[in-house]
Structures are given as C-alpha cells and as structure tokens.
Design a protein around this ligand. Sequence first.
Ligand code: F6R
Length: 609
Amino acid sequence: MCGIVGYVGKDNAKNIIIDGLKRLEYRGYDSAGIALIVNGGIRTFKKEGKIRNLECELNKLHLFSNIGIGHTRWATHGEPVDTNAHPHSDCSGKISIVHNGIIENYSELRKELISKGHRFESDTDTEVIAHLIEEELKNSPSFFPAFIKAVRKLKGSYAIAAITVYEADKIFVARKDSPLIIGIGNGENFVASDIPAFLSYTNRALPLDDLEVAIIGKDSFQVFDIKGNEKEKEPFTIPWSLAQAEKAGYKHFMLKEIYEQPRAIADTISGNLPWLKGSVPLEGINPKTFNRVQIVACGTSYHAGLIGKFYIENFSHLPVEVDLASEYRYRSPVVDEKTLVIAITQSGETADTLAAVKFAKKKGAKTLAVCNVIGSSVTRESDQVLYTYAGPEISVASTKAFTTQVVTLFMFSLWLGKMRNVLKDEKVEELLHELMELPSKVEDFLNGEKERGTVKEIAESFYKAKNALYIGRHVNYPIALEGALKLKEISYIHAEGYPAGEMKHGPIALIDETMPVVVVATKGSVYEKILSNIEEVKARKGKVIAVTNPECREVKEKVEAFIEVPEVNEFLSPIINIVPLQILAYHIADFLGYDVDQPRNLAKSVTVK
Ligand code: F6R
C-alpha cells in the first residue's frame, strides 16, 4: 500500500515528483523517497515519516534533473525507517527501483542473489528487484530485456518503476495486481499509482493491465506484454478536474467530501440512469441466467453491501448473501454460473475484493463491480461495471463513496426487479422519483448543519467518551455499523454497531450513565420497535443521541440529544441517516486533535491481502 510517482520531461522532476507524492500520501505515509538522475549518476534521498520531511531535506539542495522516481511507503516488509524507504538500488548504484505490492518469493531470490555476491542494505522485499535486474543484465544485450526477465521471476503483486544510468532518459515500469497508470503529457510523461498524482499536468491517462510492462520516455511510451511483445493501447481522458481533488476551503478532505454528497449522489443517479432506463444495455449481465446473488466487499463498502441485500431481496426476490471479501474465498461458498457476484469497492484496488472476484470468476459466476475508480483492477476483472460518480475520495475515511454505492445498488435492484418482472414500471418510476429528491434533502440537512452546528455541539459534549454504542434496525442496522466504524477509525474511540433488537442478548450489559448510545430512529416499519429499544437504554441510564425526523416527537422527548434529518422513503433513509453520523465522527476526531484525513495505521487503498 504505497504510492509511486515517476516523471520524465523538460521540467524539474524533483518538484513534480514531490507534488505527486503529496497527492498520494493517502496510500501510505510512514516514509518517502526519491531518486533522480543527475549528471549521469543516480542521487537518492529517503526520509522516515511524512513527505514534508523529505521535502525539507531536498529543499536544502540545488538539484536539477528531468527524470526521476519517487515513493511514499506503508510498511509491509521491514520497519518504517530511512534504510527501508524506497527507492532501492542494485550493488553498483546504477539501477533504482520503487515498488508497490508484495514479492512473495523474495526470500528465495534474496538467498540466491546473496550466494552470487549481491549485498543488501534493507529488509525489504523490493530490494531484490534491483539486484535481480543487475544479475540479468550480465546476460542481456540491454536494460529492457534484463528488466523483463527479472520481472518474470517475481511472484506476488507489484507495480514497479525503475530508472537506470544505462538509459538515462527512460522509466521502465511493470504491473501485476497493483495499480499503475501512465500520464501522457506534452513533451513530458508521468507514471503513478493514482491519477491525482499527475492530474495538474495532464488529463490523458493509460492504465496498465496485469502483466504489462512499459518504457516511458519524454515524448514516447511503449507497452508490452510480459513476453516482450509490443501492444497497442489507447489513452483515455480523465473526467475529473484537479479542483475536485483539492480541499476547496474545508479544513479536511473528509469534511469536504461529506459536503459533496448532494452533488455526488445526483451525479451517480444521472450517470446510471441510461442503463436503468434501458437506453444503454448492461451487456455483461443477463438477469434471467442467475438464481442467487453474492455481494463481496470490505469495510465501509461491505456496509453498503448489507443495505444492497435489502434492496435486491425486496425488489427482485433473489436471495442475497453478503460476505466480507477477506472471508469469502475461505468458506467454500456455493458459487456457480447461476450466481451473480457483486464486488463493491471505492478504490477498485482492495486486494481481498479483487481476489474474491477472481475466485468467483473461476467458479463460473458472472461478476459485477460497483466502483468509483475508472480503469481500476476490479473493474477490469469484472464482466460489468457500474460506476459511482463520487469523484476522487482522498480522506481515508470513506463518506461520499459509501452513499453513492448505496444509491447505485438501489438503482441496480430496481433494474433487476424490472427485468425479473417483480416491479411494475410505475413502481420503478415512483421509487426513482423519490431517489431523485434525495440530493436536495441531503443538501437541506447539510445547510442546516452549517447554520446551526447541532452535530458539532453534540460532538463537543461527547468527545471525551471512551466507548460508544450505535444501534439501528432493518435497513438502518448497517448504518449503526457504519456510524461506529467512522467513529473508531478516526477518533480511536471504541465503538460498536449492533442491531437494536440484539442488544438484550449481550451488549445491554455495557450500558450505564457513561455510555453514549447513538440510535438511528427515523420513521419506517420498525419505528415502534426502536422506540422500545430507546426505553431499554434509558432504563439503564445510557445517554441517547438519536438521528430522527422532525415529526418524531416520541423520540425527541425521550433522548439527551437528537439530530433531525428530513423524512424520506424507508429504503432510502440509510443514505441520509449516515450523513450526521459521518459529521459526528468528524467533529469528535477534530476536537480530539487527530489527523482526520490520515488516521493512524490506515491507508486509503488496501492492496495487501
Ligand atoms: C472506512 C474505509 C474502509 C474501506 C475498505 C474498502 O472508512 O474507507 O473500510 O471501505 O478498505 O475499500 P474499497 O472500497 O476501496 O474496496
């Protein structure tokens, strides 16, 4: 889980690479490094900690180079110290490598290379790649054949960028199971793990597929398969502006992204309407051919999947199982050609989700990705993709990706219901109409919060709590899970989400006057039941914070604090109910003084299994 940036062109590579690395810091941030070709030799700089440490070091020097590679690291092999930071080099110092992923056979390779006289300086798996190329060079006519031969010997996952003094005007790259995208400029080219790294310079991009390698010069790029056969590939134009990827005046990306939700939801509805209305076919999916659905995802995306189950079962009468992607392939699931497997992932790079898709495909299932990142690994692996049009999500804690995933699943379930003759056209229209009203309702809530700061005030009263319980029922049970996840991941307060009816089977024992209990108590089929659950908490002196609707007098009278959200159709209520819980977690973390956008131990894109 690291970020790679490479640049070759006319400008100062150092500044462009540092700028790109800062935009990739969300991918991991325990150390960073850069290698530049200066006067025919490689100069390497590495620093533990955040990228600004490396930047301070570099600012002391007057360096100019128009080719280089950089890296921000999230340790997997070897502690996060300067020596383990990338780039790594061979014995001669003539080859420099950055790598994202895990080389599974690195210890065999390392032993073999040591026996041939190579000296290692770090504990990383990455360093073997540099030495392996050096070794292959002994029997190769030039650098590229040696690079390819070395890459072919690697097992595991990798995105690699290399520079060498032997061909000092080129960057050599390779990818398998870790993202790598070439950015195509004018008289300059880029390579990076993610688009924001080069979006301020160019909006033309070419994502590499698994087992592809490429040679990038300032005016050229060539892509090859792993055997060295050249391939024709067409770049695409990135639809996101850089402004979309920046903070736009908010204190943190997370807050900005929370406030972007009305726009993100509206874009997701309009982006997906063509297939729902039938003007664009969903070619990869024939709803008549499957009899069950399995949803696989991790973290927040898994919570979206739990809501998707309600939608698909209600609107299309297909049975749905929802699995954590990290468990799915280990539990012998019954999956065959009659199964539709839906993979939900913001990044499209989550290793477990990707592995679950590959597993399902092998068993003959049809696969559908619900994803936010165009051209990402999961989208390329799946038979059909439905995009969420959230725009880039930078904050590690997912917000707008979640709500747009739920919207997409809602739309997909309407399509399924229609295709399977469970829902009449009028019903689809009615539900769609309610969905279309959602962005303005979310916006009303957000505007009200900006004016009154109700959630912020509640956060101020509760931010010193040591624990919190979140409860909800029916379609809002996953909202209890997601609210608790938001709180724990950014504020480090222990929080648990529970179905409210399950409380009496255990968690109720935790409740006393020190325990804040967040209850999702909006109108719907289980409203009366949730009122009883509030009574149960009150009877144990728990402090209730309710998310409720303005008309819910019975709730407001009983609780310590309440947040009002506009009433919407019960099935759509999770999409609006999560918003105050995102804001609550945000303010609590901010009151505690934590780094909201980059919480400890976490990274935005989890490319390890
Ligand atoms: C929590 C969060 C994570 C991700 C999870 C899956 O806020 O962001 O739990 O949801 O790592 O990531 P994606 O959706 O990219 O597969």
